[in-house]
Design a protein around this ligand. Structure first.
Ligand code: UDX
Ligand code: ADP
Length: 461
């Protein structure tokens, strides 16, 4: 297709977990648009141009390949891409701010602001700017101010289009989303820009699933959706602690309450704790906003979701230490999984990071295995890397270990030969199942002492 035949030209700034898959899906579904994804990271862009994509996401390579070099392009030429596009998605990272006002809670907007300034410097015509990154409520207003304070006579309309994809299922989440949310100002140019964005998704998403709103409600909805999801996990995890003290079984409790249609069955798996780039960050953003608007009780309510998560991670390690006769110094402990969930190599906020550090502090000899996340683990643990071993093969990781701890619910860990593993471990051999994915009675019958989450332990001792 020659350049001018494209119906729309779209650029996305930021080729990460959100920008890459989202733009690949738009390009695959809309061959009439030219979609260019740019990033300051040259290595990342290079990887998007090969079959070794920079992120592991089931089914993504096929989607990318269906559109790449047809109407999907990955480039470092940020200025050129901004210049030629009428629609610019911004999906740069917005980590939690670690300094100054709001440190540890609010989002660090320096990447977003730099992007806004790049757009301002380069743009020669009116543009629609779409927020994809998760941002604190009312950021779009600040961005609009920066952008529209130009002397070139150019008008920018800032739209909020939060991303609800979950890692590991990004492709199906993008292909058939529960909803797409598009927020804008409710002025004539705002509504016109909103419609332009709605039109993109209407190429494959049914009209009734495209929800439109004012910008602030859209921004806030993203934070609240994640806060509600994380709250379910913290709620069930808090009850798992109670189950461990009593004879109740958390899986039964989850099943019993989840079959109430008003509650629903999803996100009730007790675990070692939630991770990922969004949950903690978004809740802390919400907490900060509540504090800012003088609502300390509301802030405290949501902050407890994060506190219970931290408690769950601490409890897990404490339980390991207590069970292994109150000392793990010099004992080899194999962590099965380092990613924050299965089917991703992402380790951001993974409970594995805290658990590894705590075990190393107790002078355990930690060996980590994971099918996708070892290179990220190496970076996360850079300062203590000489004290841990990274081993792609779980059987080798278990060799000579006193304990195995399941941290990530990788399917392949369910089907390992645990008799073979038991035979090469030190005795007594322990399994701490932080995801409740193993057949505990079977594992116990092999000879392991088994400690699940939220159920009584099975011990030969
Ligand atoms: C989340 C939201 O689901 C998504 O809509 C948003 O766009 C980004 O944040 P993600 O972080 O990719 O997605 O993964 P998610 O599937 O939500 O899992 C988050 C964490 O919760 C993982 O560590 C997962 O293992 C944990 N979890 C999930 C549980 O511990 N128990 C559950 O029942 C479900
Ligand atoms: P997310 O999970 O939100 O997609 P990632 O960290 O995976 O977050 O991706 C964000 C991407 O944005 C990174 O690849 C980073 O290099 C890129 N980025 C950050 N700032 C800029 C910028 N000013 N211009 C272009 N790309 C940027």
């Amino acid at each position: 297709m020659s350049e001018k035949k494209y119906e729309k030209k779209i650029t996305c700034i930021g080729a990460g977990y959100v920008g890459g898959p989202t733009m690949a899906m738009i390009a695959a579904k809309c061959p009439q648009y030219k979609v260019t994804v740019v990033d300051i990271n040259k290595e990342k862009i290079k990887a998007w141009q090969t079959d070794q994509l920079p992120i592991f996401e089931p089914g993504l390579l096929e989607v990318v390949k269906s559109a790449r070099d047809r109407n999907l392009f990955f480039s470092n030429e940020i200025d050129a891409a901004i210049d030629e596009s009428e629609i610019i998605f911004v999906s740069v990272n917005t980590p939690t701010k670690m300094f100054g006002q709001g440190a540890g809670k609010t989002a660090d907007l320096q990447y977003w602001e730099k992007t806004a300034r790049d757009i301002l410097r380069v743009a020669k015509s009116d543009k629609i700017i779409v927020e994809k990154s998760t941002l604190p409520v009312r950021t779009s207003v600040a961005m609009e101010r920066i952008l529209n304070a130009n002397e070139k006579g150019i008008h920018f309309e800032v739209i909020s289009n939060p991303e609800f994809l979950a890692e590991g299922t990004a492709v199906s989440d993008l292909e058939s989303p529960d909803r797409v949310l598009v927020g804008s100002r409710e002025t004539p140019p705002g509504l016109k820009a909103r419609q332009e964005i709605v039109d993109i998704f209407a190429n494959w998403v049914p009209a009734e699933k495209i929800i439109t709103s004012d910008t602030w409600s859209s921004e806030l909805s993203k934070l609240v959706a994640n806060a509600f999801l994380a709250q379910r996990i913290s709620s069930i995890n808090s009850i798992s602690a109670l189950c461990e003290r009593t004879e109740a079984d958390i899986s039964m409790v989850s099943k019993a309450i989840g079959s109430d249609r008003r509650i629903g069955a999803k996100f009730l798996n007790a675990s070692v704790g939630f991770g990922g780039s969004c949950f903690k960050k978004d809740i802390l953003n919400l907490v900060y906003i509540c504090e800012y608007y003088g609502l300390p009780q509301v802030a405290e309510y949501w902050e407890n979701v994060v506190k219970i998560n931290q408690y769950q991670e601490e409890r897990f390690v404490q339980n390991m230490i207590n069970t292994m006769f109150n000392t793990i110094a010099g004992k080899r402990v194999a962590l099965f999984g380092f990613a924050f969930k299965a089917n991703t190599g992402d380790t951001r906020e993974s409970p594995a990071i805290f658990i590894t550090r705590k075990l190393v502090e107790e002078q355990a000899d930690v060996v980590i295995t994971d099918p996708q996340a070892l290179s990220n683990a190496k970076e996360d643990l850079a300062d203590i890397i000489q004290k841990v071993t990274l081993e792609p093969d779980p059987y080798k990781a278990a060799l000579g270990a006193h304990a195995i701890a399941i941290i990530t619910e990788w399917e392949e860990y369910k089907g390992l030969d645990y008799t073979k593993i038991f035979n090469v471990m030190e005795k007594p051999a322990f399994v701490f199942d932080g995801r409740n994915i193993l057949q505990h009675k079977q594992i116990f019958d092999i000879g392991f002492n088994v400690y699940p989450i939220g159920k009584p332990g099975l011990s030969h001792l």
